[in-house]
Ligand binder design. Structure first.
Ligand code: ARG
Length: 463
């Protein structure tokens, strides 16, 4: 059954129905569609646009449909044009003419704009909860490994010493920004389009403030054309999801590297790895790789959304039906990725000895050596830099590290060196003295991890 039969003399070709239908992917909004209809029916009754008794009947029956759907008593008809059609038809089948009054002063255009918002509002809430869970694990691990020295890299070359805790908290900062991006997107989405009709509002005396309030919105859309043709919120959420996937992908790339035998910085728990069908020795970080790979589809969702919208004249165009698969896939994929990532990080084994060995072998204390000549011996930095470079070259040539290079050799390059150089280039001192705000000193990292963990806890308690 169609909602729009009157004007047509002929049935639609079944191929038209198949092509046009969105029921396969908008059934996800069934509960939200009913919630919107209950608010609309309540308002119609209060405004005297339909009789109070009929409004009541509509609300009660919509509630029953909601329950019947949830319990499985009522199945969604896969041949319906969309979820809005299906629910209105079911209502009419149950209530007769009263059911036919529900759509007074409403269009599927404002209805669908509302339903997506209500659905994404819930999706964003559960995404935020997952992001907080991941952040909590990162904070816990950061505190635990705040003194674990590892090499920091630039250009994938060992650069300066940091700690594993500091490295993990870098991802913590990214995720904090992701959280605030979702919060922001949800705030801007908090505008109710219901009552904007097909595109030009309506002549019925709707109380838009009331429906907005009943549905938990703080604002009402101020331009009917914009309200039904706006999908900015879908793009914003897909972008927040995309950037978050960039962060997860970078983290996963590092996990893959770190658990390789070349690094052996971490070992992932067996529960989050897979084996090979032919190579008995293999333990593969498939999950981390898949998360890295799935970032591509989320970026694709964002590109799809932007491309769908970019050439559309106002107001509603059927192109916009393509919005849902993209934005729902973006949030679903992010949720899917976060689910195993959280326990995978929580259970990983950290090989502190290998991290320290890598940090000790790569001249990552060369800057500290130059800083020693500056701070203790009064050399200008550029001169100290040059002398240290010569020392490194000598070490490489003769098979030393800065830690085990004999003092005479130091003094061959620069007589100003004395015994105190060894203390100055120790890795723990190098990391421990980097107390500048944002630096890797263990007390900094611990304090930041505790601050973030407390922030998450406070927010959790507010709700
Ligand atoms: N299934 C449609 C969508 O998702 C609902 C809106 C239909 N509106 C219309 N004018 N045909 O966009």
């Amino acid at each position: 059954m169609k909602l729009w039969k009157g004007r047509f003399k002929k049935e639609a070709d079944p191929k038209t129905n198949d092509f046009n239908s969105s029921i396969a992917f908008d059934s996800r909004m069934a509960q939200q569609d009913i919630e919107g209809s209950i608010a609309h029916a309540t308002m119609l009754g209060r405004q005297g646009i339909i009789a109070e008794g009929e409004s009541m009947k509509l609300c009660v029956e919509l509630g029953k449909i909601r329950e019947d759907l949830a319990s499985g008593l009522l199945a969604i008809d896969p041949d319906a044009e969309d979820i809005h059609t299906f629910i209105e038809q079911e209502l009419t089948a149950r209530l007769g003419n009263t059911g036919k009054r529900l759509h007074t002063g409403r269009s599927r255009n404002d209805q669908v704009a509302l339903d997506i918002r209500l659905t994404l509002r819930e999706d964003c809430a559960s995404l935020k909860a997952q992001l907080k869970e991941l952040l909590a694990v990162l904070c816990k691990k950061a505190e635990q490994y705040s003194e674990t020295v590892m090499p920091g890299y630039t250009h994938m070359q060992r650069a300066q010493p940091v700690t594993f805790g500091h490295h993990l908290m870098a991802y913590g900062e990214m995720l904090l920004r992701d959280l605030s991006r979702f919060e922001d997107a949800v705030k801007r989405m908090d505008v109710c389009p219901l009552g904007c009709g097909a595109l030009a509002g309506t002549t019925y005396p709707l109380d838009r403030e009331l429906t907005a309030k009943l549905l938990g919105f703080t604002q009402v859309a101020q331009n009917s054309l914009d309200a039904v043709s706006d999908r900015d919120f879908c793009a914003e959420i897909a972008f927040a999801a995309s950037l978050c996937m960039v962060h997860l992908s970078r983290l996963c790339e590092e996990l893959v590297l770190w658990c390789s035998w070349e690094f052996r910085f971490i070992e992932l728990d067996d529960a989050y790895c897979t084996g090979s069908s032919i190579m008995p020795q293999k333990k593969n970080p498939d999950l981390a790789e898949l998360i890295r790979g799935k970032s591509g589809r989320v970026f694709g969702d964002l590109m799809g959304l932007l491309t769908i919208m970019k050439g559309l004249p106002l107001a509603y165009n059927k192109d916009m039906q393509e919005d849902k698969e993209a934005v729902f896939d973006a949030v679903d994929t992010l949720k899917l990725c976060l689910t195993p990532l959280i326990p995978m990080l929580d259970t990983m084994k950290v090989r502190e000895d290998n991290m320290r060995a890598a940090a000790a072998g790569g001249f990552i204390n060369a800057t500290d050596c130059a800083d020693y000549l500056v701070a203790v011996k009064g050399f200008p930095f550029r001169e100290a830099y040059k002398l240290t470079g010569e020392l490194v070259a000598l070490c490489i040539e003769q098979g030393f590290t800065l830690e085990n290079l004999p003092l005479e050799k130091y003094q061959q390059v620069c007589p100003a060196f004395d015994e105190t150089i060894y203390q100055a280039i120790s890795l723990d001192r190098s990391v421990g003295d980097r107390r500048v705000i944002g630096g890797p000193a263990p007390e900094n990292v611990k304090a930041q991890a505790r601050r973030v963990a407390a922030l998450l806890k406070d927010e959790g308690e507010e709700k």
